[in-house]
Design a protein around this ligand. Structure first.
Ligand code: FAD
Length: 576
C-alpha cells in the first residue's frame, strides 16, 4: 500500500486528479474478459493495482519511473488496456493508463509517415489519414486498438497485413522512457532527423525493445512512435444508414471491392492465396472460418443458430478467403479484379455473389448439401457456374448489407471482435505462429482436433472445430492463422475445458513443430518455448536484469514474475 507521503509525491508529479488510489477505481482495473485464464486457481480478478495514474508527458513518466526505482513499487503502462496483458501482475504495481496522451503529432503526407502518442486508436488515425489519401495497418483485434501499442509494444498481426505487413516492421522511430527513467529516442529522430527509421542514424536497438512479440509493458514506456503509412485512393468519407450494431453503406466506394472466395480444398485456398499475393491483388484478406461466415450472414444469435443448424455452411464454407481489392486508379482496380477472377478460376474456386441471402433459401438447399461430403467440389465443376452465380441477385439493400459487413471487417477493422464475442460471452485463442500461409492451415487443423472432444461434450461452443482465422502477409511471403474457440465465461466447466485446450495446444505446437504461438510471451511461456528456440528466454532475462536492475517495471508479461512481486504472485500462467 502506498503511504500518504508516497501518494503526495506521485500527485506532485502528475497533478492530484490524475492519481487514483480509491478501491472502486483499482477494482475496475483488475478485471478483464478472460482474467481467469491468467491463473491456475480460476480467479476472476487479477491483482488489485496499488494505484492508477494517468500521466500526460514523457517527463512525468520519467519521474514516475525514477520513483519506482527508489521504492518497492513497479509501473505497468498500457495504451487502451484492451488486452489482458495490460493487467497488473502484482499488488505493488502502479498502472499507467496513457489515455491522456492521445495526439496525432504529425502526418507527413509526402513521405507517408505518422507520428502518434499511445492513445491514438487505429480508427482515429485511419479516419484522419483517409483525408490525405493514406492508410495505416491495423491489427485484427479491431480499430479500437492503439497504433503505438501494436507498432512498438505487442504483437502486430492484422487483416491489412497482406499489403501492409507485420506491424513491428512499420515502426519508424520510437520515444522510450527507459526503466532507468531516462528518455531516449531511438532511430533517426534520436539523431535530430525526421521519423523515417528505427535502426539509425541515431541509436538503434529495435531487436531489444520490440523483438518479435514485444515487451508488453515490461521494459519501460513508449511515448511516441513513427509509423509507416500506405496509400488510400478511395473516398475520404462514406455515408451509412441503419443503426447499431448493423450499419449499411449508402453506396460502394470507388476503386474498392470486396470478394468472398470459396474453395473446395485446403490446397486450392492456399495456392490461390499465393497467386493473389504475386499479383498484389489483396489489399487485405481474411481466411474466414465457416462459423464466422454464418455469423456475418445473420443479424442475431437466433438467426445464427438456425443457419448453422442447416449444416450448409459447414460444407460450403470450409475454405473461404475474403479479399479486399483496392486500386490506386480506376484502371488499376479493374485490372486487379480481372486478375482475381482469373486466379479464382484457375484455382477451381467460386466467387460468392455479394448478396445477403435470405435464411429460408438455406432450408431449401439443405437436403442437397446433406447428400454430399464436399458439395462445393461438385458445384465448381458445373460449366459456367461462375457466370450463373454472378447473375444471382436479390436486392440492392441485401447486396450493400453484406458488402458493408465485409467492408467493416477488411477495411475499417470496426466489428472484428463481434466474431469472438457475439455468439458466446468469451473467446480464447491458440497456436498462431507467424510462418508460411500453408503452415497456418496446419495449425488450424491441429487445434480443431484438440477442440473436438470439448465441443462434443458441450463444454465449448460448437463452431465446427475449425475457427482458424488469419490471412496472408507481405503478399503471400508469410501467413498467419490462429485457432480461436468460443466459451462461456460464466461457466466454470467451460473455463476449465478452455484452459485444458490451450494448455494441450502449447505442448502440441512443440511436439509438431508448429512454430512460436501467439501465447509465447511472459515468464512461464518463455521458459516453455525458449529451449526450442535458441534459448531466447535467457536473452530476455539478461536484458531485463541489465536495463531494469531495480525492477521499476512489472515484468510478468515480459521476462517473468517481477522480483518485487509478493510470493503468491510469482506463480501462474500467461495465456489468453
Ligand atoms: C479480442 C482480441 C483480439 C485480438 N486479436 C489480435 C490480432 O489479431 N493480432 C494482434 O496482433 N493482436 C491481437 N490482439 C492483441 C492486442 O490487443 C494487440 O496486439 C494490440 O496491438 C495492442 O493494442 P492495444 O490497444 O490492445 O494495447 P494495450 O491493451 O494498451 O497494451 C497491449 C500490451 O502492450 C503494452 N503497452 C501498451 N502501450 C504501451 C506503451 N505505451 N509502452 C509500453 N508498453 C505498452 C501493455 O502493457 C500490454 O501488455 C487481440 C486482443 C483482443 C482483446
Amino acid at each position: 500500500m502506498l503511504t500518504v507521503d508516497e501518494l503526495k509525491e506521485l500527485k506532485d508529479i502528475v497533478g492530484e486528479e490524475w492519481v487514483k488510489d480509491d478501491l472502486p477505481t483499482r477494482d475496475a482495473y483488475s478485471i478483464y474478459y478472460n482474467s481467469s485464464s491468467l491463473n491456475k486457481e480460476d480467479k476472476l480478478w487479477t491483482a488489485r493495482p496499488a494505484a492508477v495514474i494517468m500521466p500526460k508527458t514523457p517527463e512525468e513518466i520519467s519521474q514516475l519511473t525514477k520513483f519506482c526505482n527508489r521504492k518497492d513499487f513497479m509501473l505497468k503502462p498500457f495504451s487502451t488496456g484492451w488486452i489482458t496483458s495490460s493487467a497488473p501482475g502484482s499488488r505493488k504495481t502502479i498502472l499507467l493508463d496513457l489515455k491522456r496522451m492521445d495526439k496525432i503529432i504529425d502526418i507527413d503526407v509526402k513521405n507517408q509517415i505518422a507520428v502518434v502518442e499511445p492513445y491514438v486508436r487505429a480508427i482515429d488515425l485511419q479516419s484522419e489519414l483517409w483525408k490525405h489519401g493514406l492508410n495505416v495497418h491495423a491489427v485484427s483485434c479491431g480499430g479500437n486498438h492503439s497504433i503505438l501499442a501494436s507498432t512498438a509494444a505487442a504483437w502486430g498481426y492484422g487483416i491489412t497485413g497482406a499489403s501492409m505487413g507485420y506491424q513491428a516492421r512499420n515502426m519508424l522511430g520510437v520515444e522510450w522512457v527507459m526503466p532507468s527513467g531516462e528518455i531516449l529516442t531511438l532511430g533517426s529522430p534520436g539523431d535530430g532527423a525526421e521519423w523515417f527509421s528505427t535502426d539509425g542514424p541515431g541509436p538503434g536497438v529495435r531487436g531489444l525493445i520490440r523483438g518479435f512479440q514485444g515487451t508488453f509493458g515490461g521494459l519501460g514506456t513508449f511515448t511516441k512512435v513513427g509509423v509507416k503509412l500506405y496509400r488510400w485512393d478511395s473516398d475520404p468519407e462514406y455515408e451509412v444508414h441503419g443503426g447499431s450494431p448493423k450499419y449499411v453503406l449508402n453506396r460502394e466506394l470507388p476503386n474498392l471491392g470486396v470478394f468472398i472466395l470459396m474453395f473446395p480444398s485446403k490446397e486450392q485456398i492456399t495456392d490461390a492465396g499465393y497467386k493473389l499475393g504475386e499479383a498484389e491483388c489483396n489489399y487485405s484478406d481474411f481466411r474466414m472460418p465457416a462459423f464466422f461466415i454464418a455469423l456475418g450472414f445473420t443479424d442475431n444469435n437466433l438467426e445464427l443458430k438456425q443457419l448453422w443448424s442447416t449444416g450448409v455452411f459447414q460444407k460450403l464454407a470450409r475454405y473461404v478467403l475474403t479479399v479486399c481489392v483496392h486500386g490506386h486508379s480506376k484502371k488499376e482496380y479493374q485490372w486487379k479484379v480481372k486478375a482475381l477472377k482469373q486466379i479464382v478460376k484457375e484455382s477451381g474456386g467460386l466467387i460468392l455473389p455479394m448478396q445477403q441471402i435470405p435464411l429460408a433459401a438455406f432450408d431449401i438447399v439443405k437436403p442437397f448439401f446433406k447428400m454430399f461430403k464436399n458439395p462445393l467440389k461438385l458445384i465448381t465443376k458445373i460449366p459456367f457456374i461462375q457466370e450463373i452465380t454472378d447473375m444471382m441477385k436479390t436486392s440492392e439493400e441485401m447486396r450493400l448489407k453484406l458488402l458493408t459487413t465485409a467492408f467493416f471487417i477488411l477495411v475499417r477493422h470496426a466489428n472484428n471482435s463481434q466474431g469472438g464475442f457475439r455468439a458466446s460471452s468469451g473467446m480464447f485463442t491458440s497456436v498462431g505462429a507467424f510462418d508460411t500461409w500453408d503452415m497456418g492451415f496446419e495449425q488450424a487443423d491441429y487445434i480443431a482436433g484438440v477442440k473436438r472432444p470439448a465441443i462434443e461434450k458441450g463444454l465449448i461452443l460448437d463452431d465446427g472445430g475449425d475457427l482458424g482465422s488469419g490471412g496472408t502477409f507481405d503478399f503471400g511471403h508469410l501467413g498467419y492463422i490462429e485457432g480461436i474457440g468460443e466459451y462461456s465465461t460464466n461457466d466454470p466447466e467451460s473455463r476449465k475445458a478452455t484452459k485444458a485446450i490451450v494448455e494441450e495446444s502449447l505442448h502440441g505446437t512443440i511436439e509438431r513443430s508448429l512454430g512460436l504461438p501467439i501465447a509465447a510471451f511472459g515468464g512461464p511461456m518463455n521458459q516453455l518455448f525458449g529451449p526450442h528456440c535458441y534459448n531466447y528466454h535467457e536473452m530476455i532475462m539478461k536484458i531485463k536484469a541489465k536495463l531494469d536492475p531495480n525492477s521499476s517495471y512489472d515484468s510478468w508479461t515480459y521476462s517473468g514474475a517481477s522480483e518485487k512481486a509478493f510470493p503468491d504472485e510469482k506463480e501462474g500462467y500467461t495465456f489468453f
